[in-house]
Design a binder for this molecule. Structure first.
Ligand code: ADP
Length: 487
């Protein structure tokens, strides 16, 4: 009997394969690093073949850990770094060039031109996104424009475009299936968010032939079958979602107004908004949530650009920490930050302040301040920025989130999570399994393939708010004064 469900978790820095048993426990997990290259200022690329090789190798390493053969696999779920754009030859499966990753800013000028035109508002309303180099549309346009024969080959149906989920599906099926899941499609700027379908007007606006696009598939269902030549077994690909949407599922946030926040390099907030698209007044994105039911579900998304990276900065640039984990001990060795605030606007500020030109600041220093106060201020800045994001989101929806579910590397920090609960004045819950992304992909596949029924969300610790109203207000007042000083 097939015993394991395979989650392929293809992230920006590594490809991971996680095997879940029938009780929903992690039985094995293997990870292979992936390199990015930075050929010019603001450009970020990866080798698409290296992405697939790493994923494939991590699958076999995970199976090896259990001494198992692929015949032990029941189904596959996929989750991936979103927006990263790959074009390949349909018949040979060879990429026509590097993968242009989500971080790549090479199309900033094209996006600025669109933003300066009357088309921007219409595109945003249709897609739920902003016009930004982050999303796939201008990356695909750039690839086609930068090689003389590609536009014709695209029209002739010789080329395939895909995000990383499409690329993995194509390879897992040995080229038989060219598909993209709806959450990933919702990040391209080609999809009508409400319809869940490619939008002809947007395609003609970006001059993209329909022939190059993958078929849009649901996030949970029998999307295709792996090829026996590739995995050694034909099993259903039964769940696919972009990483943030998969984390939402992995955190059990599948009903309206449930929310998760991932504290990684940046911090990503997603709140489920049910079957209606909600439009933000504070610059949050509307996006497709991975749907477990029959109808499409949606989410609002916002991000803090510098979260864990503020801690990395203290460690790597200021040299006042030896490890990220040490930040907790230092921060809790003083009763407060002695009026010090760090505004980590290293890359500008996102929602709800929206200032691309703002830069970081350390304010409120007195002669007695030392590295402990600065470290504490850095952790506080993660919670304060996340607080701002959630406050903006709640103003948009008019609903209060009852509890915030958190994950990501910095969610290991108890001080941070307690402060987050204090600022929000509500519980913050950390699950036992911090790998929400892989679990989400596994849940989507498990539901569609009858593997397990329980979502297995288990709380490790729930942080209850305990800060007085006066203290909260004074901390927030100091923060807003510090933010104002950089705007
Ligand atoms: P990503 O997926 O963006 O690479 P991770 O989820 O792996 O990020 O988290 C890594 C980030 O979390 C780093 O920026 C690091 O500084 C931060 N981090 C890791 N552990 C801690 C900790 N105990 N306290 C605070 N920050 C931490």
């Amino acid at each position: 009997m097939s015993q394991y469900l395979l989650a392929c978790d293809e992230g920006t820095s590594s490809a991971r394969s996680v095997l879940f048993d029938r009780e929903g426990n992690v039985a094995a997990s293997a990870q292979i690093e992936i390199q990015s290259t930075f050929p010019k200022d603001g450009w970020v690329e990866q080798n698409a073949n290296a992405i697939w090789d790493a994923q494939r190798q991590s699958i076999s390493n995970a199976l090896d850990q259990l001494g198992a053969h692929a015949s032990a696999l029941h189904a596959v779920g996929i989750t991936n770094q979103r927006e990263t754009t790959i074009v390949w030859d349909r018949s040979t499966g060879e990429p026509v060039g590097p993968a242009i990753t989500w971080q790549c800013r090479r199309t900033a000028d094209q996006c600025a031109a669109i933003n300066g035109s009357s088309d921007a508002a219409r595109i945003q309303a249709r897609t739920g996104l902003k016009i930004d180099p982050y999303f796939s549309a201008t990356k695909l346009r750039w690839i086609l424009d930068n090689s003389p024969d590609l536009p014709k080959r695209a029209k002739d149906g010789e080329l395939a475009f895909g995000t990383v989920d499409s690329w993995l599906i194509f390879n897992l099926t040995d080229g038989r299936l060219h598909a993209i899941d709806r959450t990933n499609a919702s990040r391209t700027l080609f999809m009508d968010l409400r319809e869940g379908a490619w939008d002809n007007e947007l395609l003609s606006y970006f001059d993209i032939p329909l022939e190059i696009l993958p078929t849009i598939a649901p996030s949970s269902g029998e999307i295709g079958y792996t090829s026996g030549d590739v995995l050694g077994v034909e099993i259903p690909i039964a769940g696919v979602a972009g990483d943030q949407q998969a984390a939402l599922v992995g955190q059990g946030c599948t009903t309206p107004n449930s929310a998760k926040l991932t504290y990684g390099t940046g911090a990503f907030l997603l709140v489920h908004t049910g079957t209606e698209v909600q439009v933000s007044k504070s610059g949050l994105l509307s996006t497709t949530a991975a749907s477990l039911g029959d109808s499409d579900e949606f989410a609002l998304e916002g991000s803090v650009f510098s979260a864990g990276s503020a801690i990395q900065w203290l460690r790597d640039n200021l040299d006042i920490l030896s490890t990220a984990a040490e930040s907790e001990e230092l921060a809790t060795s003083v009763p407060d930050s002695a009026g010090v605030y760090l505004v980590p606007a290293f890359e500008g500020l996102g929602a709800p302040h929206w200032s691309a030109n703002a830069r970081g600041a350390l304010v409120g220093l007195s002669r007695s301040a030392d590295r402990r106060h600065i470290v504490r201020a850095a952790l506080e800045s993660i919670a304060l920025q996340s607080y701002d994001l959630i406050a903006a989101l709640e103003e948009d929806t008019g609903d209060r989130i009852a509890e915030l579910r958190v994950d990501g590397g910095a969610a290991a920090n108890d001080f941070l999570l307690q402060l987050q609960a204090d600022l929000l004045d509500r519980p913050v819950a950390r699950p036992v399994d911090l790998e929400s992304t892989a679990r989400g992909a596994a849940n989507l596949a498990a539901t569609a393939s009858d593997f397990w029924l329980d979502a297995h969300y288990e709380v490790d610790r729930r942080f209850e708010p305990s800060m007085s109203v006066t203290n909260r207000k004074s901390m927030l007042d100091g923060w807003y004064a510090a933010v104002d000083s950089v705007l």
